[in-house]
Design a protein around this ligand. Structure first.
Ligand code: ZN
Length: 182
């Protein structure tokens, strides 16, 4: 083996590892870290004093939501001519057809990807749970599995509707979150 070959073999794992690490950090970590924003919210339930909530989430642009929604729909429907040959046939076709519509709706509606949520039920004070990775839009009902109420999560600072309405004053006297993130 030539000296050049040895050098390539010795360096390759490091180069590949570096590339993989760089790809991961650039494509995922950096993109997500910079886009994660912190929102101050409020949990409202009729007949109870509202409780504060904290939400960290990534905002998805309309282009991102629409393109992923269409890809999900096309992907599911493209499976139909394949799965129709697998018994019990019609069930698979229905599953792919309906699954495409459900995924389209979820991705198109989901304006935020939840990274962290903290808030307690206004009725029983039980900490509420919003799964990391959930696609959400505000305001949103959060079920309490302790008292079976459904308080509404409203964002009062860093309101997502601020961006949609190009900074128009919100009806509830909301404060825009500072956008000095790099
Ligand atoms: Zn509760």
């Amino acid at each position: 083996m030539t000296a050049r070959g040895v050098v390539v073999r010795r360096r390759l794992p490091g180069v590949l590892g570096g590339l993989a690490g760089r790809f991961r950090s650039v494509a995922q970590y950096e993109a997500e870290r910079q886009k994660v924003r912190r929102f101050v919210g409020r949990l409202d339930l009729f007949g109870f004093p509202s409780t504060p909530a904290v939400l960290e989430a990534v905002r998805r642009s309309r282009w991102e939501r629409t393109s992923i929604a269409i890809l999900a729909l096309v992907g599911c429907w493209a499976l139909i001519p394949i799965v129709m040959f697998i018994p019990p046939h019609i069930e698979w076709v229905l599953a792919a057809f309906i699954g495409g519509i459900v995924l389209f709706w979820r991705h198109w509606r989901g304006e935020y990807v939840v990274k962290r949520f903290e808030g307690a039920c206004p009725s029983c004070q039980t900490p509420l749970d919003v799964k990391t990775g959930s696609l959400v839009r505000f305001p949103r009902a959060i079920p309490c599995y302790s008292c079976h109420h459904e308080p509404w999560l409203e964002v009062v600072e860093g309101d997502p509707t601020e961006e949609r309405s190009h900074g128009a004053p919100h009806q509830r006297n909301t404060v825009a979150l500072s956008r000095d993130t790099p």
